[in-house]
Design a protein around this ligand. Structure first.
Ligand SMILES: [Zn+2]
Length: 270
């Protein structure tokens, strides 16, 4: 959450409520949005009263909001014993779990049916009806999917702390200039490193460079299998434009770029 959120709450002087939707991520996960026909529910909770909004310091307001947003749908599924019988329930999971915890290779994970596997070392895991992973042979490493994801974050954080995080690749760019839809914007080179994002492209014969310093973005918007290309993309925004950047090839993960954006921001903030 942006730190300015607490300031906004204080400025407005109104109660703050959360609406937590249980099961949405189990029913139609971001990485494969086909509905699993899971019954969902939502709970609205007032977490800050009008009086508290006026009197509490901004830091405390932010702390309360951030705590309220800590939520784990897989834990909810397990605790409530919600089965997912969908036969392709693991399909697409490798978009999130892009690094093998066994051989540590990135970008060689794949998935289908009820399994996720590493094409580098051949290790395979099955995903149970209750969303838990189990290795077909040997150590499971992570039975709880969010633990695997947080482990990936730790790997990215280490790269950032050691100053060696870097990605560079060719990309296709689309723009969303208005509500009528996307337009093709040609080829570009996307760089994401310790300094932030740089997009160097050419459109209608004119070259352009977009620079987004790491300390100016606390998170970035990504999509899987998106648009007419059905490819993963990163959405980079200025105040006036949205650049939808589709890296080429398979040696990248927009999930890693998203994690790195957050970790770079936190690192630069220190
Ligand atoms: Zn592996």
């Amino acid at each position: 959450m942006p730190e300015s959120l607490g300031k906004l709450v204080k400025r407005l002087g109104v109660p703050v409520v959360t609406l937590i939707a249980y099961g949405h991520h189990i029913n139609a996960p971001f990485w494969n949005q086909k509905t699993r026909m899971v019954r969902t529910k939502a709970t609205m909770t007032r977490i800050i009263t009008r009086e508290e909004a006026c009197t509490l310091p901004v830091e405390q307001i932010n702390r309360i909001i951030n705590q309220a947003f800590e939520y784990d749908d897989f834990a909810w599924q397990r605790e409530n014993k919600i089965p997912v019988l969908y036969k392709d329930r693991a399909s697409g999971l490798h978009k999130v779990l892009y690094q093998c915890p066994d051989c540590r290779t990135e970008y060689r994970m794949d998935s289908g049916g009820t399994e996720i596997w590493c094409n580098q070392c051949g290790k395979r895991w099955s995903m149970s009806e209750y969303g838990e992973l189990k290795a077909l042979e040997g150590e499971t490493h992570f039975a709880h999917i969010p633990d695997w994801y947080e482990w990936e974050r730790e790997q990215v954080r280490r790269e950032v702390e050691e100053g060696r995080y870097s990605f560079r690749g060719d990309a296709t760019v689309r723009m969303l200039p208005n509500s009528k839809g996307f337009i093709d914007f040609g080829k570009a080179v996307l760089t994401h490193n310790m300094e932030g994002f740089t997009l160097e492209g050419c459109h209608d014969g004119a070259s352009y460079t977009l620079n987004i310093p790491a300390q100016s973005v606390y998170a970035c918007h990504i999509e899987y299998n998106y648009g007419k290309y059905k490819r993963d993309c990163v959405d980079l925004n200025t105040l006036n434009d949205s650049f939808w950047v589709f890296p080429e090839g398979d040696d990248f993960s927009v999930t890693k770029i998203s994690l790195a954006t957050e970790e770079l921001f936190n690192y630069k903030k220190l």
